[in-house]
Design a binder for this molecule. Structure first.
Ligand SMILES: Nc1ncnc2c1ncn2[C@@H]1O[C@H](COP(=O)(O)OP(=O)(O)OP(=O)(O)O)[C@@H](O)[C@H]1O
Length: 279
Protein backbone atom coordinates (compact mmCIF):
# COMPACT_ATOMS: atom_id res chain seq x y z
CA UNK A 1 0.00 0.00 0.00
CA UNK A 2 1.57 3.31 -1.03
CA UNK A 3 -0.71 5.85 0.55
CA UNK A 4 -3.04 5.48 3.51
CA UNK A 5 -5.44 8.22 4.56
CA UNK A 6 -6.70 7.38 8.00
CA UNK A 7 -9.69 9.09 9.60
CA UNK A 8 -8.74 12.51 8.26
CA UNK A 9 -10.93 15.44 9.29
CA UNK A 10 -10.26 19.11 8.62
CA UNK A 11 -11.90 22.11 10.22
CA UNK A 12 -11.22 25.76 9.40
CA UNK A 13 -11.94 28.80 11.51
CA UNK A 14 -14.02 31.23 9.47
CA UNK A 15 -15.57 34.48 10.76
CA UNK A 16 -15.80 33.36 14.39
CA UNK A 17 -17.25 29.99 13.48
CA UNK A 18 -15.70 26.68 12.74
CA UNK A 19 -16.48 24.91 9.47
CA UNK A 20 -15.91 21.20 8.96
CA UNK A 21 -14.56 20.77 5.45
CA UNK A 22 -13.56 17.10 5.63
CA UNK A 23 -14.99 14.47 7.94
CA UNK A 24 -13.41 11.09 8.60
CA UNK A 25 -11.85 10.44 5.22
CA UNK A 26 -10.44 6.93 4.87
CA UNK A 27 -8.75 5.85 1.65
CA UNK A 28 -6.06 3.41 0.63
CA UNK A 29 -4.14 3.91 -2.58
CA UNK A 30 -1.96 1.21 -4.11
CA UNK A 31 1.42 1.92 -5.68
CA UNK A 32 1.00 2.99 -9.32
CA UNK A 33 -2.74 3.45 -8.99
CA UNK A 34 -4.52 6.31 -10.75
CA UNK A 35 -7.13 7.79 -8.41
CA UNK A 36 -9.56 10.56 -9.34
CA UNK A 37 -11.24 12.52 -6.58
CA UNK A 38 -14.54 13.78 -7.94
CA UNK A 39 -17.07 16.04 -6.30
CA UNK A 40 -18.90 19.35 -6.46
CA UNK A 41 -17.22 22.65 -5.81
CA UNK A 42 -16.39 23.22 -2.16
CA UNK A 43 -16.58 19.58 -1.05
CA UNK A 44 -12.95 19.69 0.07
CA UNK A 45 -11.11 18.03 -2.84
CA UNK A 46 -8.23 20.55 -2.89
CA UNK A 47 -8.03 20.53 0.90
CA UNK A 48 -7.63 16.75 0.84
CA UNK A 49 -4.95 17.00 -1.87
CA UNK A 50 -3.11 19.69 0.13
CA UNK A 51 -3.16 17.46 3.21
CA UNK A 52 -1.64 14.59 1.18
CA UNK A 53 0.95 17.05 -0.16
CA UNK A 54 1.78 18.12 3.40
CA UNK A 55 0.80 21.72 2.65
CA UNK A 56 -2.10 21.55 5.17
CA UNK A 57 -2.29 19.62 8.41
CA UNK A 58 -5.36 17.51 9.22
CA UNK A 59 -7.27 18.53 12.34
CA UNK A 60 -7.69 14.85 13.08
CA UNK A 61 -6.34 11.71 11.51
CA UNK A 62 -3.14 10.90 9.66
CA UNK A 63 -1.73 10.31 6.19
CA UNK A 64 0.99 7.71 5.63
CA UNK A 65 3.16 7.23 2.57
CA UNK A 66 4.95 3.88 2.54
CA UNK A 67 4.37 3.61 6.28
CA UNK A 68 5.83 7.05 7.11
CA UNK A 69 3.51 9.75 8.41
CA UNK A 70 3.19 12.79 6.13
CA UNK A 71 4.00 15.86 8.23
CA UNK A 72 5.29 18.29 5.58
CA UNK A 73 5.89 18.54 1.83
CA UNK A 74 8.53 16.09 0.58
CA UNK A 75 10.36 14.98 -2.56
CA UNK A 76 8.18 11.86 -2.76
CA UNK A 77 5.12 14.04 -3.61
CA UNK A 78 4.86 16.70 -6.31
CA UNK A 79 1.81 18.90 -6.87
CA UNK A 80 0.62 20.24 -10.23
CA UNK A 81 -2.04 22.96 -10.05
CA UNK A 82 -4.72 24.28 -12.43
CA UNK A 83 -2.58 27.29 -13.26
CA UNK A 84 0.79 26.08 -14.38
CA UNK A 85 2.84 28.42 -12.11
CA UNK A 86 5.60 28.66 -14.71
CA UNK A 87 7.95 31.63 -15.07
CA UNK A 88 6.85 33.45 -18.26
CA UNK A 89 10.20 35.22 -18.62
CA UNK A 90 12.13 31.94 -18.75
CA UNK A 91 12.48 29.58 -21.69
CA UNK A 92 10.65 26.25 -21.65
CA UNK A 93 13.82 24.28 -20.93
CA UNK A 94 14.76 26.57 -18.01
CA UNK A 95 11.29 26.22 -16.53
CA UNK A 96 11.52 22.44 -16.74
CA UNK A 97 14.98 22.47 -15.13
CA UNK A 98 13.97 24.91 -12.38
CA UNK A 99 12.66 22.45 -9.78
CA UNK A 100 15.72 20.24 -10.21
CA UNK A 101 18.00 23.28 -9.84
CA UNK A 102 16.37 24.10 -6.49
CA UNK A 103 16.97 20.51 -5.41
CA UNK A 104 20.63 20.73 -6.38
CA UNK A 105 20.61 18.29 -9.31
CA UNK A 106 23.90 18.76 -11.26
CA UNK A 107 23.62 20.81 -14.46
CA UNK A 108 24.30 18.04 -16.98
CA UNK A 109 21.90 15.61 -15.33
CA UNK A 110 19.09 18.15 -15.06
CA UNK A 111 19.47 19.11 -18.71
CA UNK A 112 19.27 15.47 -19.79
CA UNK A 113 16.27 14.81 -17.58
CA UNK A 114 14.50 17.96 -18.84
CA UNK A 115 15.01 16.85 -22.46
CA UNK A 116 13.73 13.35 -21.68
CA UNK A 117 10.47 14.66 -20.23
CA UNK A 118 10.03 17.39 -22.83
CA UNK A 119 10.18 14.58 -25.39
CA UNK A 120 7.55 12.67 -23.41
CA UNK A 121 5.14 15.62 -23.65
CA UNK A 122 6.12 16.25 -27.31
CA UNK A 123 7.58 19.72 -26.75
CA UNK A 124 11.22 19.19 -27.66
CA UNK A 125 11.11 21.63 -30.56
CA UNK A 126 9.77 24.38 -28.28
CA UNK A 127 12.51 24.02 -25.67
CA UNK A 128 14.02 27.45 -26.41
CA UNK A 129 10.73 29.32 -26.67
CA UNK A 130 9.65 31.65 -23.85
CA UNK A 131 6.70 30.37 -21.85
CA UNK A 132 4.64 33.50 -22.45
CA UNK A 133 4.60 32.56 -26.15
CA UNK A 134 2.85 29.22 -25.53
CA UNK A 135 -0.85 28.26 -25.56
CA UNK A 136 -2.60 27.15 -22.33
CA UNK A 137 -2.37 23.47 -23.25
CA UNK A 138 1.35 23.73 -24.04
CA UNK A 139 1.97 25.48 -20.72
CA UNK A 140 0.28 22.63 -18.86
CA UNK A 141 2.47 20.14 -20.77
CA UNK A 142 5.56 22.11 -19.70
CA UNK A 143 4.27 22.05 -16.11
CA UNK A 144 3.72 18.30 -16.39
CA UNK A 145 7.25 17.79 -17.75
CA UNK A 146 8.63 19.87 -14.87
CA UNK A 147 6.67 17.82 -12.33
CA UNK A 148 7.87 14.55 -13.90
CA UNK A 149 11.55 15.54 -13.80
CA UNK A 150 11.36 15.63 -10.01
CA UNK A 151 10.93 11.87 -10.10
CA UNK A 152 8.51 11.74 -7.17
CA UNK A 153 6.66 8.54 -6.38
CA UNK A 154 3.32 10.37 -6.15
CA UNK A 155 1.99 13.03 -8.50
CA UNK A 156 -0.83 15.16 -7.10
CA UNK A 157 -2.83 16.98 -9.78
CA UNK A 158 -5.38 19.65 -8.84
CA UNK A 159 -7.73 20.18 -11.81
CA UNK A 160 -4.77 20.61 -14.18
CA UNK A 161 -6.94 20.80 -17.32
CA UNK A 162 -9.87 22.80 -15.96
CA UNK A 163 -8.90 26.03 -17.71
CA UNK A 164 -8.36 24.45 -21.15
CA UNK A 165 -10.76 24.26 -24.09
CA UNK A 166 -12.34 20.83 -24.56
CA UNK A 167 -10.32 19.85 -27.67
CA UNK A 168 -6.99 20.59 -26.01
CA UNK A 169 -8.21 18.86 -22.87
CA UNK A 170 -9.17 15.70 -24.79
CA UNK A 171 -5.70 15.47 -26.33
CA UNK A 172 -4.09 15.93 -22.92
CA UNK A 173 -6.34 13.29 -21.35
CA UNK A 174 -5.02 10.78 -23.88
CA UNK A 175 -1.46 11.97 -23.33
CA UNK A 176 -1.77 11.64 -19.58
CA UNK A 177 -3.03 8.05 -19.90
CA UNK A 178 0.08 7.21 -21.91
CA UNK A 179 2.47 9.09 -19.61
CA UNK A 180 1.02 7.42 -16.52
CA UNK A 181 1.49 4.06 -18.24
CA UNK A 182 5.12 4.88 -19.13
CA UNK A 183 6.15 6.41 -15.81
CA UNK A 184 4.05 4.15 -13.55
CA UNK A 185 3.51 6.84 -10.97
CA UNK A 186 0.85 6.89 -8.31
CA UNK A 187 -1.42 9.71 -9.41
CA UNK A 188 -4.12 11.47 -7.41
CA UNK A 189 -6.09 13.72 -9.70
CA UNK A 190 -8.75 16.16 -8.48
CA UNK A 191 -11.58 17.05 -10.84
CA UNK A 192 -15.23 17.95 -10.99
CA UNK A 193 -15.52 16.50 -14.48
CA UNK A 194 -17.01 12.99 -14.62
CA UNK A 195 -15.68 12.22 -18.14
CA UNK A 196 -12.16 13.09 -17.10
CA UNK A 197 -12.42 10.85 -14.05
CA UNK A 198 -13.73 7.82 -15.98
CA UNK A 199 -11.18 8.18 -18.78
CA UNK A 200 -8.26 8.35 -16.38
CA UNK A 201 -8.87 6.49 -13.17
CA UNK A 202 -8.50 3.00 -11.77
CA UNK A 203 -10.76 4.24 -8.99
CA UNK A 204 -13.09 7.24 -8.92
CA UNK A 205 -13.64 8.51 -5.39
CA UNK A 206 -16.96 10.38 -5.33
CA UNK A 207 -17.22 12.95 -2.56
CA UNK A 208 -20.25 14.56 -0.99
CA UNK A 209 -20.17 17.98 0.60
CA UNK A 210 -20.98 19.81 3.83
CA UNK A 211 -18.97 18.24 5.29
CA UNK A 212 -16.80 16.57 2.65
CA UNK A 213 -17.03 12.79 2.93
CA UNK A 214 -16.34 9.88 0.62
CA UNK A 215 -19.71 8.87 -0.77
CA UNK A 216 -18.74 5.97 -2.99
CA UNK A 217 -15.68 4.54 -4.73
CA UNK A 218 -16.14 3.27 -8.30
CA UNK A 219 -13.56 0.83 -9.69
CA UNK A 220 -13.04 1.35 -13.42
CA UNK A 221 -11.66 -1.88 -14.81
CA UNK A 222 -11.64 -0.87 -18.47
CA UNK A 223 -8.72 -1.21 -20.87
CA UNK A 224 -6.64 1.81 -21.85
CA UNK A 225 -6.36 3.97 -23.82
CA UNK A 226 -9.95 4.90 -23.05
CA UNK A 227 -12.03 6.91 -25.48
CA UNK A 228 -15.31 8.69 -24.94
CA UNK A 229 -17.18 6.83 -27.69
CA UNK A 230 -16.72 3.48 -25.95
CA UNK A 231 -20.16 2.28 -24.68
CA UNK A 232 -18.62 0.96 -21.42
CA UNK A 233 -17.19 4.43 -20.74
CA UNK A 234 -20.55 6.03 -21.48
CA UNK A 235 -22.22 3.56 -19.08
CA UNK A 236 -19.76 4.35 -16.25
CA UNK A 237 -20.18 8.09 -16.76
CA UNK A 238 -23.93 7.75 -16.46
CA UNK A 239 -23.66 5.50 -13.35
CA UNK A 240 -21.47 8.08 -11.61
CA UNK A 241 -23.75 10.94 -12.70
CA UNK A 242 -26.64 9.10 -11.02
CA UNK A 243 -24.63 8.80 -7.82
CA UNK A 244 -23.94 12.52 -7.92
CA UNK A 245 -27.56 13.50 -8.55
CA UNK A 246 -28.38 13.84 -4.82
CA UNK A 247 -25.22 15.84 -4.26
CA UNK A 248 -25.94 18.30 -7.06
CA UNK A 249 -29.53 18.58 -5.85
CA UNK A 250 -28.44 19.28 -2.26
CA UNK A 251 -26.20 22.15 -3.31
CA UNK A 252 -28.62 23.55 -5.87
CA UNK A 253 -31.47 23.56 -3.34
CA UNK A 254 -29.35 25.64 -1.01
CA UNK A 255 -28.32 28.07 -3.75
CA UNK A 256 -31.34 28.22 -6.11
CA UNK A 257 -35.04 29.20 -5.77
CA UNK A 258 -37.43 26.59 -4.39
CA UNK A 259 -38.95 25.87 -7.84
CA UNK A 260 -35.66 24.36 -9.03
CA UNK A 261 -35.66 20.60 -9.68
CA UNK A 262 -33.04 18.23 -11.02
CA UNK A 263 -35.36 16.80 -13.69
CA UNK A 264 -36.53 20.23 -14.91
CA UNK A 265 -33.22 22.06 -14.81
CA UNK A 266 -30.72 19.49 -16.01
CA UNK A 267 -28.69 22.36 -17.47
CA UNK A 268 -26.78 21.99 -14.21
CA UNK A 269 -24.90 19.19 -15.92
CA UNK A 270 -22.90 20.86 -18.63
CA UNK A 271 -22.40 19.09 -21.96
CA UNK A 272 -18.88 17.97 -21.08
CA UNK A 273 -20.04 16.20 -17.90
CA UNK A 274 -18.72 18.77 -15.48
CA UNK A 275 -20.80 19.19 -12.38
CA UNK A 276 -22.55 22.18 -13.88
CA UNK A 277 -22.26 25.90 -13.52
CA UNK A 278 -20.91 26.88 -10.16
CA UNK A 279 -21.20 23.37 -8.79
N1 LIG B 1 -7.57 28.19 4.50
C1 LIG B 1 -8.90 28.15 4.56
N2 LIG B 1 -9.58 28.84 5.51
C2 LIG B 1 -10.93 28.78 5.59
N3 LIG B 1 -11.70 28.06 4.76
C3 LIG B 1 -11.09 27.35 3.79
C4 LIG B 1 -9.66 27.36 3.63
N4 LIG B 1 -9.33 26.55 2.58
C5 LIG B 1 -10.50 26.07 2.10
N5 LIG B 1 -11.54 26.55 2.82
C6 LIG B 1 -12.97 26.23 2.61
O1 LIG B 1 -13.08 24.84 2.56
C7 LIG B 1 -14.08 24.45 1.63
C8 LIG B 1 -13.52 23.42 0.68
O2 LIG B 1 -12.58 24.05 -0.18
P1 LIG B 1 -11.77 23.25 -1.28
O3 LIG B 1 -11.03 24.24 -2.10
O4 LIG B 1 -11.00 22.16 -0.63
O5 LIG B 1 -12.95 22.60 -2.12
P2 LIG B 1 -12.94 21.97 -3.59
O6 LIG B 1 -13.83 20.78 -3.54
O7 LIG B 1 -11.54 21.75 -4.04
O8 LIG B 1 -13.62 23.12 -4.44
P3 LIG B 1 -13.38 23.57 -5.98
O9 LIG B 1 -13.82 22.42 -6.84
O10 LIG B 1 -14.27 24.75 -6.12
O11 LIG B 1 -11.93 23.90 -6.12
C9 LIG B 1 -14.58 25.71 0.97
O12 LIG B 1 -15.77 26.11 1.60
C10 LIG B 1 -13.47 26.71 1.24
O13 LIG B 1 -13.97 28.01 1.33
Amino acid sequence: MALVIENVSKRFQSKNKEITVLEKINLEVQKREFICILGPSGCGKSTLLNIIAGLEKPTEGKVFLNGREVLSPGPDRVVMFQESALFPWLKVIDNVEFGMKIRGVPKKERHERALKYLKMVHLTKFKDVYVHQLSGGMKQRVALARALTLDSEVLLMDEPFAALDSQTKNILLLELQRIWWETKKTIIFVTHNVEEAVLLADKVVVMSSNPGKIKKVFEIKLARPRLLDNPDIVYMISAIMKELKDEVEKIAKAEYDSDWSFEKDTVLYSSDSSLGIGL
